[in-house]
Design a protein around this ligand. Structure first.
Ligand SMILES: *[C@@H]1O[C@H](CO)[C@@H](O)[C@H](O)[C@H]1NC(C)=O
Length: 155
């Protein structure tokens, strides 16, 4: 009995996958666009409170989704932190969770420019393009979750 309930749930799980309320769905990922602001470190810990991370859009579809959402959803709020930076070696941009090189950067023209030698974190500006920003200023941010809650809960 238990067994057949479990297999029924396993069959249905893909149908009930959904992002949490307030998150936006794009394929395998859920994204949260914060209204509050903080430093890059604050933003990362905020996301991790929900088993999420700062967004690391590695696929073209995710880049387009985030850039479009930033352009259209919160037009007044400034730029958003993403989960990357050139933290350790100037000019070598990496994703924070994997430390792997960012190979698909969608930079604004003239960026990254490491203004005043202080811009080591990745942001997406309201035009939808990417910029290097200081890590210690207060910005909104984008969190990312895998869109597999059905599986996680059951499995
Ligand atoms: C960020 O760090 C720089 C360099 O340490 C400092 O000069 C600046 O005042 C800081 N900015 C904020 C908003 O804390």
């Amino acid at each position: 009995m238990m067994r057949s309930i479990l297999s029924l749930i396993t069959v249905l799980a893909p149908l009930i996958q959904a992002c949490p309320p307030g998150w936006k769905e794009n394929g395998e990922h859920c994204y949260f666009f914060s209204l509050e602001t903080g430093t890059w470190a604050y933003a990362g810990s905020y996301c991790r409170n929900f088993n999420a991370k700062l967004a690391e859009p590695m696929e073209a579809a995710d880049v387009v989704f985030i850039d479009t959402a930033v352009k259209s959803t919160h037009p007044r709020i400034g730029e958003y932190y993403l989960g990357g930076g050139d933290f350790f070696i100037e000019g070598e941009w990496i994703w924070a969770s994997t430390l792997s090189p960012i190979t698909n950067a969608n930079w604004s023209p003239g960026e990254p420019n490491d203004l005043a030698g202080r811009e080591d974190c990745l942001g997406v500006v309201l035009s939808g393009l990417w910029n290097d920003v200081p890590c210690n200023i207060s910005l909104p941010f984008v969190c990312e979750l895998e869109n597999d809650f059905g599986q996680e809960t059951i499995g």
